[in-house]
Design a binder for this molecule. Structure first.
Ligand code: DCP
Ligand code: MG
Length: 420
C-alpha cells in the first residue's frame, strides 16, 4: 500500500467484515430435516444410489458416519463395509441410514437458507448449493461481528432447521478457512489483528487455491503451513509457480482484496497480460494494451454491455498496482474509444518499467437503448484514480469507497491474460 493514497475516512480493505457460511453435511442435514428420526443417527447420502442397492458414490455423510471412515466420493460398497445399513441391522448402532440424493429438495432448502442470507446482507455471493460469502461491513462492526454471525447461524437453524458453520474474517479466503476450522456447528471469528496468527499453523493444503498437486510441490520446497508459505520468498514462489505463486503467498499472509461480488452480470469486463520480465519499451506496453482494449471491447459487444468507465491497470516492479480510469457522460459501446482512452491513460507511465498491463471497462449496463452520444465526452471526462483490478467501480457502497484508492500493492497475482 502506498501510504497517503487512501482518502481520509475510507476503510482499509482489511476492515471489511466478511462471512463465509457453509452448511454442515448438507445433503444429510436435509434428509434429517425431512425425516426427523434421522437426527443424531449416522446418515449417508448416495449419488447414483437406490434404496437397497450397493451401487453409487457417497455424496456426503453425517459427521457420525465420518467417524467410521465414510467420506464423500467413496463407493457406496466401501461405505457399506464400514457402516452397514441400519435397515438390515435394526438393533446395531454401528450402522447408518442410507438415502439416495434428492437434489430438488436440497435446492429448495438451500433457497430458504440463501433468502435469509440476502435478508441479512446487501452483498451475498452464492458459491454452491450450500456455501456463500456475505459482506456485512455496512451492517456490523468488528466489535459485534461475533454476535452478528451467531444471529446468522441461529436464524438458519430456527427458520430452516439445518446447521451451518460460519467463519468471519476481513477477507474471503480467510473467512472460508475459518468456517471450516471448527465444523460442524462452527463459529470462528478472525478479527483483522488475528489473521496472521490464525493462518500461521494452517496446513498449506487448506490455503485457498492450493490443490493436492500444488500442496505436494510446496511440501517438497519445505513449505508445510500457511505460515511457511507466508514466510517464503515471493520471488522464489513466482519462479516456481508463476503469478499464481505470488497470489498464494498473498493469501497465506491473509491478504485477499477480492470484493464479495454477487454472481450474475459482471460489474466490469477486463483483460490483463503480464510481460516475461519488466518491460521498458512504452511502445510494446502500448501495443499490448491496445490488443487488450480490442479484446475487452469485443467481449462487451458480445455481451451487449455498455460501459461508462474505461480504465487501465499498470503493474510496476516489484508489485505496485496503479490504476487509472476515466468516466464518460453516458454508457457507450465504442471499441475505438476504449483504445483511445487506454492510450491516453497509459501516457502517464511512459518511461516506467511495466510488469503487467490491463484494460477494463466498467459501470456496465445491459440495455442497448441508452447509449449516449459521444459529443460531451471530452468535456465531462475526468481522470480518476481507480482501485486495484478487482475493486474498481462497483455498485456496493464499500466498493465505491474502495474505488477511491488510487494505487496499491497488487492484491492478487493473476495468471496472464485473465480478468483483473
Ligand atoms: N457433494 C457431492 N459430492 C462431493 C462433495 C459434495 O455431491 N464429492 C455435495 C454433498 C454435500 C454438498 O455437496 O452435502 C456440499 O458440499 P460440502 O463440501 O460443503 O460438504 P458437506 O456440506 O456435506 O459437508 P461439510 O460439513 O464438510 O461442509
Ligand atoms: Mg458444506
Amino acid at each position: 500500500m502506498v501510504e497517503g493514497e487512501r482518502l481520509p475516512g475510507a476503510p482499509t480493505p482489511e476492515e471489511r467484515v466478511v462471512l463465509h457460511v457453509d452448511m454442515d453435511c448438507f445433503y444429510a442435514s436435509c434428509e434429517r430435516k425431512r425425516e426427523p428420526r434421522l437426527r443424531g443417527e449416522p446418515v449417508v447420502v448416495g449419488m447414483g444410489y437406490e434404496a437397497g442397492e450397493t451401487t453409487g458414490a457417497v455424496a456426503t455423510a453425517s459427521y457420525k458416519a465420518r467417524d467410521f471412515g465414510v467420506e464423500s466420493a467413496q463407493a457406496i460398497s466401501t461405505a457399506l463395509e464400514r457402516l452397514p445399513r441400519r435397515a438390515e441391522h435394526p438393533e446395531d448402532p454401528e450402522t447408518a441410514h442410507y438415502r439416495p440424493v434428492d437434489l430438488d429438495y436440497y435446492e429448495d432448502v438451500a433457497a430458504d437458507v440463501k433468502a435469509i442470507l440476502h435478508d441479512l446482507a446487501d452483498t451475498v455471493r452464492e458459491v454452491s448449493v450450500d456455501e456463500a460469502y456475505m459482506d456485512v461491513t455496512d451492517r456490523t462492526d468488528w466489535s459485534v461481528a461475533e454476535g452478528f454471525a451467531r444471529h446468522v447461524k441461529q436464524r438458519i437453524e430456527r427458520e430452516v432447521g439445518v446447521p451451518a458453520s460460519v467463519g468471519v474474517a476481513p477477507n474471503m479466503s480467510t473467512a472460508k478457512i475459518a468456517s471450516d476450522y471448527d465444523k460442524p456447528d462452527g463459529l470462528v471469528v478472525v478479527p483483522p489483528d488475528d489473521v496472521a496468527g490464525f493462518l500461521a499453523p494452517i496446513d498449506v493444503a487448506d490455503v485457498h487455491g492450493v490443490g493436492p498437486v500444488r500442496a505436494r510441490e510446496l511440501r517438497e520446497m519445505g513449505i508445510e503451513t500457511a505460515g511457511d508459505l507466508a514466510d517464503a520468498d515471493p520471488y522464489e514462489l513466482t519462479a516456481a509457480f508463476g503469478e499464481r505463486g505470488r497470489e498464494l503467498h498473498e493469501r497465506a499472509r491473509g491478504r485477499d482484496e477480492r470484493p464479495v461480488e454477487p454472481k450474475g452480470d459482471p460489474k466490469s469486463l477486463s483483460r490483463e497480460s503480464a510481460f516475461d520480465g519488466p518491460e521498458d519499451d512504452h511502445d510494446r506496453v502500448l501495443e499490448q494494451a491496445l490488443a487488450l482494449a480490442d479484446a475487452v471491447a469485443e467481449r462487451a459487444t458480445r455481451k451487449d454491455a455498455l460501459y461508462r468507465t474505461i480504465g487501465v491497470k499498470v503493474v510496476t516492479p516489484p508489485f505496485d498496482v496503479n490504476t487509472r480510469a476515466r468516466s464518460l457522460p453516458g454508457p457507450v459501446d465504442e471499441p475505438d474509444l476504449v483504445r483511445e482512452v487506454a492510450e491516453e491513460l497509459l501516457a502517464e507511465f511512459e518511461g516506467e518499467s511495466v510488469r503487467k498491463v490491463g484494460v477494463r471497462v466498467s459501470n456496465l449496463s445491459f440495455t442497448a437503448d441508452e447509449q449516449a452520444k459521444l459529443g460531451g465526452f471530452k468535456d465531462a471526462a475526468t481522470d480518476e484514480g481507480g482501485a486495484d483490478g478487482d475493486t474498481d467501480v462497483r455498485d456496493s457502497p464499500t466498493a465505491d469507497r474502495a474505488s477511491e484508492r488510487a494505487s496499491e500493492r497488487d492484491p492478487e497475482g493473476q495468471a496472464s491474460l485473465r480478468d483483473f
